[in-house]
Design a protein around this ligand. Structure first.
Ligand code: SF4
Length: 110
């Protein structure tokens, strides 16, 4: 798996992404059961509210080799502060449209 992660810009001050890296390394959370090696090709953010740059950045990650895009858990699950993104569903819709059906889109990381 060649993975690109998009995280919440608003949450960056609370979280350096440590648990995402652990989940990838230990194949936990959204990566449980993945047998192939997971290579992180990029780790970026949504570009800030209301997330209109997310599809642009997902497309960039795919052009850099990602075959899978994951939204970090801060977006859909609100970790670590308990505040999910109110724009998550729209961002997911736009990202899926941008990258097409050949690229997997994971809604969370852990
Ligand atoms: S659009 Fe959502 S994911 Fe992006 S900064 Fe705002 S709250 Fe975070």
């Amino acid at each position: 798996m060649k993975l690109g992660i998009i995280r919440c810009t608003q949450t960056e001050d609370y979280c350096p992404g440590t648990t995402d890296f652990k989940a990838i390394r230990s194949k936990l959370g959204a990566f449980e059961g993945v047998e192939e090696e997971i290579e992180l090709v990029g780790f970026t953010n949504c570009g800030g509210c209301p997330g209109k740059k997310a599809p642009l950045r997902a497309g960039l990650l795919v052009r850099r080799g990602a075959d899978t895009i994951a939204f970090a858990s801060c977006i859909t699950r609100g970790t670590p502060i308990g505040y999910p993104c109110p724009h998550a569903e729209k961002m997911l819709e736009l990202v899926r449209r941008e990258v097409g059906s050949e690229v997997a889109v994971l809604e969370y990381t852990h």
